[in-house]
Design a protein around this ligand. Structure first.
Ligand code: NAP
Length: 463
């Protein structure tokens, strides 16, 4: 594993970074632990000032931060700017709400002999974040904003293809006034990750990434008896009912499947359309996808970004080939994507039978699987027939009924008349092979705190 920035549109290697030395890793753990001992006592108001400062710096230099994202992993510049803003919103959210979210709670005990019981939420210590490249800043913000606000300190092992984004965020937090050692980016090797997890001063790990990496890190954390959260892959169902507004639905389907180059854990990867409108949907969706324009991600006219690397593009093409070899019909759509750059031709997969293993795969790029459902019940059956359970959506003109259908979809997040949305004030996370735990809101900040009971049983004393 080499840490290197390679522009996926030009293929140019922009910068490489040496792996961390073992001494650097040991020092980072020691520094993070030392920082924790004072950071945990720092008042919420002082921590909030730093979160505010990080948000302001991001907003002030939005173009500069966004440029690094587009250069390093190829996302459209407009989407990169939106990611910077989203990250700022997350810092603001915890600046405003962390103290209230972690306020001590009096427990309603039934019997006075049990005393006056209260739950306090203490930080755990040093945590490790392992993050993927698809939203290089947002993924970091999603974990460090809550956990630093809670009083924990953080080490980061970011994806090896976004080292400049990782460095930019470390510098951001320093510039925002975070004490030295409280957040450190490490170009760590896999064995160093294991070493970090086994250090007694490190109290937990949050990973966002693939099922494969999740299974390895969850096992390592389990062996070391460390708390872990796993935000893994997804294959969101996009259920279209007979009464859906077709024009609006198709617009969201094209967006939901292709934003961020189709490389989103909550992309609308499986479109499940009831028989009555399947043919009309397929026809319009094909036209919509064909209208995407692949090209330079800095060009405002471009609507389809390259994938994050040539390797990712090659892997995806291979997956399409294998899905077709198992009997799926793979239809390439739209004008030919440029030869230069890590592009994959938008592809629609139909006739993906129950026996085709591709039915259960995650396609990370511009590949749409379309399923014809007999009726609503059959659509729900297909939606729930997935190893994943991250996001999902239902499209219908009857929003009340949409909410009822949403209740029947077995997943972490369901939206009516919108693809799965990512916001600072909505929770994020899934079930089954999409992982466990939640990020954002009170759910996220409480993942790595000690929910400690303090019970004053001396019932005569005032409390
Ligand atoms: P990945 O290969 O699992 O990488 C994610 C992170 O884990 C990277 O930092 C990677 O480092 C590290 N990693 C991988 N194997 C490791 C190991 N054995 N030991 C220590 N670290 C290890 O995932 P990806 O391909 O970058 O990202 C795409 C996947 O992430 C998709 O499945 C997507 O759905 C999922 N995702 C989920 C969410 C969510 O919130 N649920 C959000 C975004 C993405 P290296 O780069 O050095 O290998």
């Amino acid at each position: 594993m080499t840490y290197a920035s390679t522009n996926p549109y030009t293929g140019d290697v922009l910068k490489t970074f040496p792996n961390a030395s073992d001494n650097e890793v040991a020092q980072a753990i020691a520094d993070a632990h030392a920082a924790f001992l004072s950071w945990k006592k720092t008042p919420f108001s002082a921590r909030a000032e730093i979160m505010h400062a990080a948000a302001s710096l991001l907003r002030k230099e939005v173009d500069t931060y966004a440029k690094t994202l587009t250069l390093e992993m190829g996302k459209l510049f407009a989407e990169a700017k939106a990611e910077v803003e989203l990250s700022a919103n997350i810092f603001e959210y915890y600046a405003q709400h962390a103290e209230a979210l972690l306020a001590p709670e009096k427990l309603p005990v039934g019997n006075p002999a049990e005393g006056k019981a209260m739950l306090v939420h203490d930080p755990l210590g040093v945590l490790l974040a392992i993050e993927p490249w698809n939203f290089p800043y947002y993924q970091i913000a999603r974990i460090i904003a809550p956990q630093l606000s809670a009083g924990n300190t953080m080490l980061l092992k970011h994806a090896s293809n976004v080292p400049q984004s990782a460095a930019a965020f470390e510098q951001l937090m320093r510039d925002a006034g975070l004490p030295a050692g409280a957040f450190k980016n490490l170009y760590a090797t896999r064995s160093q990750v294991e070493l970090i997890l086994n250090d007694s001063r490190v109290r937990g790990v949050a990973l966002t990434g693939s099922e494969e990496a999740g299974a390895i890190i969850a096992a390592q954390a389990g062996k070391a008896l460390k708390k872990s959260t796993m935000e893994l892959g997804g294959a969101d169902a996009f259920v279209v009912l007979a009464d859906a507004d077709l024009e609006k639905t198709v617009k969201w389907a094209v967006f939901g499947r292709h934003w961020n180059g189709g490389q989103v854990c909550v992309s609308s990867k499986r479109m499940i359309i009831v028989d009555e409108i399947y043919d009309r949907f397929l026809e319009r969706y094909t036209v919509g996808v064909a209208g995407l324009r692949a090209g330079d991600p800095f060009d405002a006219e471009t609507t389809l970004a390259p994938l994050s690397s040539q390797g990712a593009a090659d892997d995806l093409k291979d997956k399409i080939r294998r899905a077709a070899a198992h009997g799926a019909k793979a239809t390439e759509v739209g004008p030919k994507v440029p030869n230069r750059g890590a592009f994959v031709q938008p592809t629609i997969l139909t006739d993906v039978s129950e026996e085709n293993p591709a039915r259960y795969w995650e396609f990370f790029g511009p590949v749409s699987m379309l399923f014809r459902a007999k009726d609503e019940e059959d659509a729900l059956r297909i939606a729930n027939d997935s190893p994943f359970g991250l996001g999902g959506s239902v499209f219908t003109s009857d929003v009340k009924h949409g909410a009822e259908v949403a209740e029947k979809i077995s997943t972490g997040m369901v939206f009516v008349n919108h693809p799965t949305m990512v916001k600072a004030d909505l929770p994020f996370g899934g079930i089954r092979r999409s992982g466990y735990g939640r990020e954002l809101l009170g759910l996220g900040i409480k993942e790595f705190v000690n929910h400690k009971l303090i019970d004053v049983v001396d019932i005569d004393a005032e409390f």
